[in-house]
Design a protein around this ligand. Structure first.
Ligand SMILES: NC(=O)c1ccc[n+]([C@@H]2O[C@H](COP(=O)([O-])OP(=O)(O)OC[C@H]3O[C@@H](n4cnc5c(N)ncnc54)[C@H](O)[C@@H]3O)[C@@H](O)[C@H]2O)c1
Length: 292
C-alpha cells in the first residue's frame, strides 16, 4: 500500500549495490511513494553490483561517484541537478567499508592507512556530500538528509572494529552540519541507527550471525529488517518529520535500551550448563540459581 508520502519530491540515493542493500530498499520505497530519484555508487560497485537493474525499475539514471573524492561528488551533484532541472529534496548516505574488517585485522592491531580509509569512506564522505551540496545550493528548504549508523557508535560490540569509530564520527557530523544547514535553509540532518541486517557490508562483520541472533533475542520487537528501515527513511524524507534534526534515531526494535532479556538469558544459561565442566559444584549451582 502506498501513501504518496514523497509525491513531488526528488532525492539522491547513495549505496545501492544489490537487492539486499538497505539503499536498494529505500530507492524502491521512495519511488513507490511518489519520489523521483537519482542513484549513485562507486565505480567499482557499478561493475560488481546490479544497480542498473534498480535504475530501470525506478525509471532513473545512475551517476558513478567515489564518495571519498570531492571532484566526483561535485560532478555528481551538478549532474543530479541537471537531471532534476534544479534543486532536490533529500539525500540518503548508505555507505560503509572498513579494509581492517575486510582483512580480518583486529582493533588492537589496526593498520592505520586502512583505518584512515575506513573513516574516509564511512564518515568523511558524509561531510563531503553535505559540503558540496551546500556549495551548489543543491537542496530545497526543508530538505532532509539521512545517513545510516549502528549502535557500535555508543557501545562496544565485539567484531565491529574501527567501524564503531567511523559511526561515532558520522553521527557527530550529522549534529555539526545539522546546525549549519538547519539555521540557513531549514535542512534537517539525522542518522538512523539500524539493527544488524543481512547485506554485503553487514555479513563482512566478524561473528555477524551471532550478532544478529543476539540482538534479535534482546530486542523486545526483534530486529528491524531492511524493508522496515526503508519505511523509516521514507518517513524521515517526508514532510511529517520536519522538526527532527541533528538526531541519531535508533531503529532497532528496542535493542539499544536493553541490557538482558529472557530470550537471551535462556540461551546463555543453556550454554553455561553445557560448557561448565564443574557444574555439580555447589558454588556453581548457587550462581546459576541466582541468575535464573
Ligand atoms: N547491514 C547492517 O547490519 C547495518 C547495520 C547498521 C547500519 N548499516 C549501515 O548501512 C549502510 C549501508 O550498508 P548495507 O548494509 O546496505 O550494505 P551494502 O554493502 O549493500 O552497502 C554499502 C555500500 O557502500 C558503497 N561504497 C563503499 N565504498 C564506497 C565509496 N568509496 N563511494 C561510494 N560508495 C561506496 C558500496 O558500494 C555499497 O553500495 C552502511 O553505512 C552500513 O554501515 C548496516
Amino acid at each position: 500500500m502506498t501513501h504518496n508520502l514523497l509525491k513531488g519530491k526528488k532525492g539522491l540515493i547513495f549505496g545501492a549495490l544489490n537487492d539486499q542493500s538497505i539503499a536498494w530498499k529505500v530507492a524502491e520505497k521512495a519511488y513507490e511513494e511518489g519520489a523521483e530519484i537519482v542513484l549513485t555508487n562507486a565505480p567499482f560497485a557499478m561493475r560488481l553490483g546490479s544497480v542498473d537493474e534498480l535504475a530501470e525499475k525506478c525509471n532513473t539514471i545512475v551517476i558513478p561517484a567515489d564518495a571519498t573524492k570531492v571532484e566526483d561528488v561535485e560532478n555528481l551533484i551538478v549532474k543530479t541537478m541537471e537531471f532534476f532541472g534544479g534543486k532536490f529534496d533529500f539525500i540518503l548516505h548508505s555507505i560503509g567499508m572498513s579494509p581492517n574488517v575486510r582483512k580480518g585485522i583486529t582493533y588492537d592491531n589496526l593498520n592505520y592507512d586502512y583505518f584512515l580509509k575506513t573513516l574516509d569512506v564511512s564518515a568523511l564522505s558524509f561531510h563531503k556530500m553535505l559540503q558540496v551540496s551546500r556549495k551548489h545550493d543543491a537542496l530545497n528548504d526543508w530538505g532532509s538528509v539521512v545517513a545510516l549508523s549502528y549502535v557500535a557508535a555508543q557501545r562496544t560490540l565485539y567484531g565491529y572494529n574501527d567501524m564503531g569509530d567511523a559511526k561515532a564520527l558520522l553521527e557527530s557530523i550529522a549534529r555539526s552540519f545539522g546546525y549549519i544547514y538547519g539555521r540557513e535553509k531549514r535542512i534537517r540532518i539525522n542518522t538512523i541507527s539500524q539493527s544488524p541486517t543481512a547485506t554485503t557490508a553487514g555479513q563482512g562483520i566478524m561473528g555477524f550471525d551471532g550478532l544478529v541472533d543476539f540482538s534479535n533475542r534482546v530486542s523486545p520487537l526483534g530486529n528491524a529488517d531492511a524493508e522496515e528501515c526503508a519505511n523509516f527513511c521514507v518517513t524521515m524524507f517526508s514532510d511529517f518529520t520536519r522538526k527532527i534534526t541533528m538526531q541519531n534515531i535508533f531503529h532497532d526494535g528496542g535493542f539499544s535500551s536493553m541490557g538482558m532479556s529472557k530470550r537471551a538469558m535462556d540461551v546463555y544459561n543453556k550454554n553455561l550448563d553445557e560448557c561448565c565442566e564443574d557444574k555439580d559444584n555447589d558454588e556453581f549451582k548457587d550462581i546459576t540459581y541466582k541468575i535464573k
